[in-house]
Design a binder for this molecule. Structure first.
Ligand SMILES: NC(=O)c1ccc[n+]([C@@H]2O[C@H](COP(=O)([O-])OP(=O)(O)OC[C@H]3O[C@@H](n4cnc5c(N)ncnc54)[C@H](O)[C@@H]3O)[C@@H](O)[C@H]2O)c1
Length: 410
């Protein structure tokens, strides 16, 4: 066998369900060495990927697809993809259902059931964030052992980068099932061999502990955001300089200077829903802090709305210009973004809202509010411009801008 035949023979077959931030970054990472088939229910995403175009905004994914050489195909035909796979990575949405106070895991279930039906010898690896205890209960309900859970820690916009340089790789299995524990080790090796960071810590643990790692990690991040936001609320109300306080506090090496920049609240797809899910998991366990993390975010957005109205002088007849609906400067979506909740509060108080969001293209209205994507007209029509994150374009109208982005970074 020559080298190329050798390489082809060592390629493993992996299917990935869901071509969002999580699924697509893993698909691209693994397709550098293995045969990967990505599955989605969105025909447009499948079509784009098959044409070598990334369906999400991510520099590294775009570059990897443009460079070519990946063993990657996309399909709407889940059955076909799962039938041939050794591992099926499940990276589909788990939105928080406010009515039953829990993640809606029905899409994950649908995928795992189909894998079990068409290919019971495969292993399903859940990458979607799920409630603590979910994987064990799904294994029991389906009477199928081959389900692992591996938490995902990437950031949107740097999804592939974060998987190439992971802070850690964690794979959870049934601790009483030596065969599945071995498969967990094998899957962790697959991820590790695709990474560019050589010394990635790899942890193997029970699937329930792995699920807890994900929710406790995100709740800690939300806690930290909330802490510096409440510090800022205090400083604003007492007329103090937040920046000086944060600089002084964070020079303590135990606290550290990272992830301490005030904002309108934590947001994005994961932190709001993951904190609520952890709180739901506490159900019969005493706590005060976890609930406070959830409630603090509402209090922060109330304060921000009050502060904006105070700056306007009068809510009636004034116009607030909303500079970007995204959470971060480089984001391509505004799922659960804090500024949208602030806008809702302002709208409820009779403030006129004008939105500037270039990713909306030519549309004139969003969420019932007028959109003005010509920056000069937008700035001229706004009495106060609010921005969750500072961008250089705002320098021209600095005097009108209200932001809490004191360090000009995420
Ligand atoms: N976005 C993040 O930063 C992040 C980080 C860690 C974990 N997670 C978790 O990973 C999961 C996925 O998140 P995401 O941001 O990648 O979601 P996403 O919304 O970007 O992508 C999900 C994809 O799944 C597709 N899909 C829906 N139903 C499907 C089905 N039955 N079969 C195949 N595909 C289907 C959707 O069309 C979409 O393309 C969620 O549970 C999330 O909480 C997300």
């Amino acid at each position: 066998m020559d080298n190329r035949t050798n390489e082809a023979a060592s390629r493993r077959r992996i299917a990935v369900a869901g071509m969002g931030y999580v699924g697509l970054s893993l698909a691209v990472l693994l397709a550098r060495r293995h045969e990967v088939c990505a599955v989605d229910v969105a025909a447009e995403r499948v079509d784009k990927l098959n044409r070598g175009i990334s369906p999400i905004a991510d520099r590294e994914i775009e570059a990897a697809l443009a460079a070519g050489g990946l063993h990657l195909t996309a399909t709407l035909d889940a059955g076909r993809a799962y039938r041939d796979a050794e591992y099926v990575i499940v990276a589909v949405p788990t939105n928080y259902d406010e009515r039953c106070n829990h993640f809606d895991t029905s899409i994950v279930e649908g995928v795992v059931e189909e894998v079990m039906r068409v290919n019971p010898g495969a292993v399903a690896v859940i990458k979607s964030t799920v409630p603590v205890g979910y994987t064990a209960s799904l294994r029991a309900r389906l009477g199928w052992r081959n389900i692992l859970f591996s938490p995902e820690f990437l950031r949107e916009g740097r999804a592939l980068y974060d998987n190439l340089h992971p802070s850690r790789i964690i794979v959870g299995a049934d601790r009483d099932d030596p065969e599945m524990a071995e498969r967990a080790g094998d899957f962790a090796e697959l991820l590790k061999s695709g990474a560019e960071r050589a010394d990635v810590p790899v942890l193997r643990m029970g699937s329930t502990e792995a699920e807890a790692v994900k929710l406790f990690a995100n709740t800690y991040l939300a806690l930290r955001v909330s802490y510096f936001n409440e510090l800022d609320t205090y400083a604003e109300q007492k007329g103090l300089d937040t920046r000086s306080i944060i600089d002084g506090v964070c020079l303590d090496p135990r606290i550290g200077g990272q992830y301490n920049n005030p904002s309108f609240g934590y947001g994005g797809y994961c932190l709001p829903k993951d904190t609520k899910q952890l709180l739901a998991n506490y159900d019969d366990v005493p706590q005060r802090l976890i609930r406070a993390v959830v409630e603090s975010n509402d209090a922060r957005k109330d304060h921000i709305a009050d502060e904006i109205v105070r700056r306007l002088g009068s809510a009636e007849g004034s116009t607030v210009g909303v500079y970007r609906l995204t959470m971060k400067a480089n984001s391509d979506n505004f799922r659960q973004s804090a500024i949208r909740d602030v806008v809702e509060r302002l709208g409820g108080r009779g403030v006129r809202v004008l939105i500037h969001e270039p990713t909306l293209g030519g549309i004139r209205e969003f969420d019932g509010y007028r959109v003005e994507n010509d920056f000069a007209r937008f700035a001229a029509d706004s009495d106060v411009i609010i921005a969750n994150r500072w961008e250089p374009a705002l320098s021209q109208v600095r005097g009108k801008v209200y932001t809490r982005d004191l360090f000009e970074r995420d």
